[in-house]
Design a protein. Structure first.
Length: 324
């Protein structure tokens, strides 16, 4: 079966016919994969940007997606493996390998970049950050245990079998991929119960990132379009009145430049002592990045696929309460 037909069947099986074909028509996909998202629906500003690109006949180069996880020092997060392990157990069988470690000291987090071993420049990376609960106050730790301790594991028996086959053999039959893929997609969501408002505010008092995870879970915090000139794009979007980050973040080596839309607000229902209440909180956002090429140690030109701790911590501010 041709790779492009295989990919189409898998995407449609996971997302449905309409959403699946829209993704395939929107993204630039490596010919090595084709043989030749959910986040956008959550982020109106991102959806409008993608729609404009489609009308102009231009595709999106999916550079990376960012995920946030929670790590307790003494064990798992409810039924989920601790921190980033909730995703490395998925990414590694799919051919991803760690490509960089990024301390996010100000946020009491650690970021890890995962790139595809075979197609690092043309497959999206995953930037998985991990929040270290033990570095916060006892009050925070107790609230975190109440919120994240209810986490369920979304992986079904079929998904586990699929990952085991991919890890051991490097391939899996189509029927198993179709059966297992929906659970892998479901992993990119909230696995815990919606929190109590009091616990949400306790987390928010010490960490905007923890509060974001409390309402949004392991959904994509942001996805990123790789563009040729992020400064020019940002200036153009600001001129149109778009809700852009105030400045472009530039890496220490100068080769990686990033900016973003501010997070779209979402309404979430939280538990209270007397029942439930609706609260407007930051949702996800859409990011833009430019990456320059450089001459590697082997003498060949390559794209700078690294991240930058300073850039990341600046970008993370897009989901701060009131950041919009």
């Amino acid at each position: 079966m041709p790779f492009d037909d295989t990919l189409s069947r898998l995407v449609v099986a996971a997302l449905g016919a309409d959403a699946g074909m829209e993704i395939l028509d929107t993204l630039t996909i490596d010919p090595a994969v084709t043989g030749d998202g959910d986040l956008v629906s959550r982020v109106p500003t991102g959806a409008a940007y993608v729609a404009d690109r489609r009308r102009a006949g231009r595709r999106i180069t999916f550079d990376h997606g960012a995920l946030r996880t929670v790590r307790f020092m003494d064990g798992p997060t409810g039924a989920l493996p601790a921190g980033e392990r909730a995703f490395t157990r998925i990414l590694e069988p799919l051919g991803y390998r760690i490509a960089g470690l990024y301390p996010l000291t100000r946020l009491k987090m650690t970021g890890r970049a995962y790139a595809h071993a075979d197609h690092p420049e043309t497959s999206p990376q995953f930037f998985v950050s991990e929040l270290h609960v033990e570095e916060f106050s006892p009050t925070f730790r107790d609230a975190a245990a109440r919120v994240f301790g209810t986490s369920r594991d979304p992986l079904t028996a079929e998904a586990r079998t699929l990952l085991e086959r991919l890890a051991s053999q490097g391939w899996a039959p189509m029927w198993l991929a179709v059966d297992g893929l929906p659970a892998l997609v479901a992993a990119f969501g909230r696995q815990h119960d919606m929190p109590a408002e009091a616990d949400y505010r306790l987390l928010l008092a010490e960490s905007a990132e923890a509060a974001w995870i409390a309402t949004e879970g392991n959904a994509f915090n942001h996805v990123t379009d790789r563009v040729g000139d992020v400064e020019a794009l940002a200036a153009g979007l600001k001129a149109l009145g778009q809700p852009m980050k105030d400045k472009v973040e530039i890496s220490t080596n100068g080769r990686v430049r990033q900016t973003a839309f501010k997070a779209d607000p979402v309404t979430r229902r939280l538990r209270t002592e007397s029942g439930e209440t609706d609260l407007v909180v930051p949702g996800s956002f859409y990011e833009f990045i430019s990456r320059d090429s450089f001459t590697g140690a082997n003498g060949r030109r390559m794209l700078d696929l690294t991240f930058d701790s300073g850039n990341a911590q600046g970008i993370f501010k897009m989901t701060a309460v009131g950041g919009r």
